[in-house]
Design a protein. Sequence first.
Length: 128
Amino acid sequence: MKNGKIESFTDLSVWREGHKLVIMTYKITKSFPREETYSLIDQMRRAAASITGNITEGFGRQGYREKVQFYYMSKGSLSELKNFILIAKDVDCLSEMDLKILTEQTDIVDRLLQGFIRKSKTFINQKS
């Protein structure tokens, strides 16, 4: 970021917090049972990576309507990850501590993403 201007998706706080969530998800799922490698682990990691992937893709798009569409897809991936986190807890793959860590970070990303979508939508309305 130069002179307060966002030049890259990595300048976005929503992406940075989402990236933290991806890394946390990868690290925490390393301790899951081996039989979950191609199911719960894979699903959680893909959902987490999709959050930042869609933010990045939206950032690279030209029109704000298109950008917002990708940001909403990111929100959908976040909801999917929240579901898998609860499943992991319910099948005893996730400790209370790891549940707390992931839940707190998903809440941070959710708040930032909602604000980011709201702000991006104002640009659509200004262009109309």
